[in-house]
Every structure is written in C-alpha cells, then in structure tokens.
Design a protein around this ligand. Sequence first.
Ligand code: PRX
Length: 656
Amino acid sequence: MSDDIQSTLHETRVFPPADDFVRQANVSGMDAYRALVDEAERDHAAFWARLARENIAWRKPFTRTLDDANAPFYKWFEDGELNVSWNCLDRHLDTQGDKTALIFEADDGTVTKVSYRELHARVCQFANALKAKKIAKGDRVIIYLPMSIEAVVAMQACARIGAIHSVVFGGFSARSLHERIIDTQACAVITADAQYRGGREMPLKPVVDESLAAGDCESVHTVIVYQRASGETPWNDGRDIWWHDAIAGQPAVCEPEWVSAEHPLFILYTSGSTGKPKGVQHSSGGYLLGAIMSMRWVFDYKPADVFWCTADVGWVTGHTYVTYGPLAVGATEVVFEGVPTWPDAGRFWKMIQDHKVTTFYTAPTAIRSLIKLGGDLPKQYDLSSLRLLGSVGEPINPEAWIWYYKVVGGERCPIVDTWWQTETGMHMISPLPGAIPAKPGSCTLPLPGIDAAIVNEAGEEVHDQHGGFLVIKKPFPSQLRTIWGNPERFQKGYFPAEMHGYYLAGDSAHRDEDGYFWIMGRIDDVLKVSGHRLGTMEIESALVAHTHVAEAAVVGRPHDIKGESIVAFVVLKGARPAEAEAAKKLIAELREWVSKELGPIAKPDEIRFGENLPKTRSGKIMRRLLRAIAQGQEITQDVSTLENPAILDQLKEVVR
Ligand code: PRX
C-alpha cells in the first residue's frame, strides 16, 4: 500500500490573500488563525464549548461539553436543548425578517425570492402538515425532491418537529431508494411528480411508486407529493397526498420540538468499500455548530453576502451549505434547480451576474467541464460581485485552480479548497481565506479545533513527505455519531484498533514543508466520479445481479473532467460473445442495468469481458493490475503471485 501513496504533485506557487481581504476577514491574518488553533490546543473541549455558547441559541444551556466515556460514540453538549430549525429561522425574525433568505432560480430561469419571514411561515405550515400525518420526533422521513424551495422547507420542517430526514438524491434509482427506505424504516416519503434539469422533465413520483411496490415497505404510510410539473402521475389514494393539500388550512406557526443536542438531525447514505451504503447519522447541536463555524471561518460570511453553493441537497454539501449553514447565519443564498451547462455553459456566470453572488462554491468536475465547454465565457459576464470562491468534493488540479482564480475570480478572490466528508459534516481542512496563503491543489491547513495528522499503518505519525493515512486525532462536534443501525461498522470502519482512537478518514495524504495537506486519493475501494462517491463493490454487486454475469471487478481510471471514470471487468456465466456486435449489445445492456439498479451516475464508462479476473493464488483480485490495464499501461508490476497470468492479455481487449 505505502508504495501507492508517493506524491507526484509538485506545485510551488503560493497565493497569499490580498491586504484588503485580510483587513475585512472574520479571521484576519495568520496570527488570528494561530490564536484560535492555540486556544483549541490549550483546552479542546473548552474551545468548542465557548463557540457553542456564542453561536447557537440554546433553549436549555448545556452543562457537559464532551462525553467520551463510551468512545468513539462521543456525545457533545448532550444535556443542552435546542431546535435546529429555530436556529435557522425564528432567531432571525426580529432582526431581519424581511431579508431575502432564498433566491430560487428554476431550470427555465424563473426566479422566486423568499424572505426569512416567508420561509419561516412555509416551514411551520409544512411542519404542521407532517404532524397532521402523525409524523413525530424520531420518525424517519425520506426526502426525494429536486433542488427547490420545497426541499429546503421539507428538511427544515423535519428538523422543526424532531423527525430525522434522509435525503435521497433525485438521480438515484428505485432500487437505491428502496434500500434506504428499508434501512431507515421510514414512515413517509416526500417527493415531487417530476423534476426539471437541462430543459428535460424527469419523473420522480413513479420511481417512489416502484420502490414502494418492491416489498417490505410497510413502514411507509404517507407519500407527500409536491407538484412541480403537470401533476399527472399515478396515485394511491390511501397513501398519497399533494403537498398543497397537505398544507391547506395549516397554521403558519409551529412551536418547535426542543431536542437534546445529541438528537439525530439526519441520516445521509454514502458509499463505503463494502456493498451496502452506510447511513451516516449526524447530531443536532454539534452538526449545527460545525455548519455555523465553517460559514464564518471558511466562507468569511458577512451579512451583505449573496452565498451560492451549487451542490444538490442530496449530498452532504447541500445539507451543510444549502439547507443549514447559510440559514443559521442569516445569509441570503441562491438555490438552483438546473445544470451548469444549460441552456449553455454560461449559466453559472449569468446567475452570478444576475444575483450579484459574492461567494461561490462548486466542484472541480463542474469547473473542468465549464473550462472545456467555454473557457472564455466568464469574460462575457460581470462577475465583479464575487469576493470568494470555493471548491469541494475531490482534489482540484492546479490548472483548473488557476483558471478559476484568474478567469472567474479576476485574480481578486481567494479560493477555499475545502477538504471534508459526509462523515465530518463540516469543513475539516481548508484555507481560512483572510489568513492562510493558498497553494493550488492543496487544501492547506486544518480548521481551528480540528486535529488532523498523517499516520502509517501502525497509527504512528509520519512527518516526512511520503504520505500516509489522513486521521483526525481528537473528536470534534460535527462528526458522525454512528452508522444508522450498524454501530459495529461505524466503530470498525472509522476507529480501527490500530489507529489508537483516531478517526480514520479513508484518504491518503501528505504534508509539505509548510505543514500543508495534499490529498492524494482514497485508501479504500471508493471512486470519485464527478465528485460523487461510489463504492466499487456497489457497482460490482449490481453487475453480478444481472443474469449473465458471474463475476465483476470495477476500478477507476483518471478522467479529464469527471475526475475518474468507471471501468468494469466482467466474467460472464456463458462464453464471451464471439461477435463484436453481440458484445456491444451486451455492454449496452449491462450499462443500462447498472443505471437502473443504482442510478445513472454509476453507469460504467467501459466494460471489458474476460474468462476470469487476475487473482492471487489465495483468490484475491489484483486490482492494481486492473487499474493498470484500464489505463492502457504496460504491466511492469510483479505478477509472480498471479494464478492466471494469461488472463491479462484477454482483459486488454476493448470492444469497439
Ligand atoms: O476523498 C475525499 C474527497 O471526497 C471524499 C468525501 O466524499 P463525500 O463524503 O461524498 O463528501 C464530498 C463533499 C464533502 C473525501 O474522503 N474530497 C472531498 N473534498 C476534497 C476531497 N479531496 C480532495 N480535496 C478536497 N477539497
């Protein structure tokens, strides 16, 4: 393993923040950053306790900060009581009720603005509608909605009544949805008749119907359907209700359910190295604190900002930096239904111009595709409102970083390359833009109170530049609390014995001479395709579920725009198709099959057939060889432990 994690990046340019940015920054200059880091080092729990007292409105103040008696099942601020929705909405009503909370731009360009007062009323109304359906504290609610005001309202309404939401990305299949409904034992699903993306209408409600019909979904008694399109959709009278009917007559006030800081706020599924997605469970108080602090530190939030995070609410980025963080600090934010490339690759830039966006947060894969489709397009728009840019989801390559910096940011805006995960809930390693000089491709230094380090297989810290496993040594408030229904998997996966109680992130990284972190990739079998995390095992299981497939191995191959593309090696039950046409037909069928099983994002880009897979004598698939084959590299690695060397030639064949 260690020989895989040599660093090859040699980026030396340094971009310190401009003086006028430093002057106005919430954390102004390196000394201010160091002061926060030192405060946390002196007394870790006291540091987070101070921030929690200053930044969260508690119904009942906490007296215990960190309970580590049952580590790694940490508890933060447990005897404190709060409501996350109250913190995001009610507390702004007196001071800025008329301020715009959401600027929603639909796929077709229609813009709807919602003030804090209006959003509060809508959340309360919908919360009352949920209560009328007997949905209560602790119940799980699946949200399968397009990017919309309603998605934010639905999540906030769940938080308001203490129900635990689990948002499923609208691009996931009926099967993925089914799996999540069963795992959470959800009592309700909130969906829409259809969604619009890039001018196309795509049905959503029929996908819900299909998954509920697949069996074992007796827990679901209610399906609430927001009408986004024509409203013509199959209907199940006893179970389905239109959103507009559900809220009709409901009062626009709703006393929040006050919950312990440790009450689960949401479950969000993410891929791991084994087949089944993991239900990452987050808390209320610690998670909210993480969202707020990162808005202030990393996004340097100011009341006049217009904040735009382009992530879908189906991912953690859309949870923390669309639904919770911006509202908790009282920001005005843009919510976008569509895609960056429609009607053309200038859409993002036009929206930044139209809404005078100050803070723009997107993914490297989007940046790369926009460079490819129109690297000069940003120049046609007035982007002078921008003051800060952000990147998330995968390493940003220095070329894309420089383009983003120059062409989008006009060499004026710092870039925050934010490293974090579904499991961490908030940014972990990122420049604080008014303090830490940026280096393209590096996420730089840990946030105050985040004790990140790099260790070897034995959990010992490594200080050279060879790299190792990225760990977080001390617990932090926003970290996942467990894997829903599987505490053992939580403990084994994130806190393995050899790591001495450190949180193992699953990434490899190294630090340079300035202590900057450079993320090198995953240490498990997880791919990052267009910034989305996909388990190779998940895709393999889907392939093997096809009647013709005996065995499958999936690896990633570097891809200019998507980061990684998916290459599948497949062993069929019968003989390999002799004719190219037959092989092509089967490949198309298998690609569609995976898309149907998991969702279009998991569709393999390439499928190759072999009579077997390269295995060691003990039967372990040699993925390193498959990765080399997928990249068209000569095999220079040692193949002496390979049971069946002849198979390598077969797998090099690509059907064209
Ligand atoms: O491998 C790291 C990569 O994305 C993983 C987390 O994926 P997910 O839980 O889907 O969350 C994505 C949004 C937070 C990490 O383990 N990753 C995320 N951000 C970066 C990154 N890799 C390098 N640089 C980043 N800024």
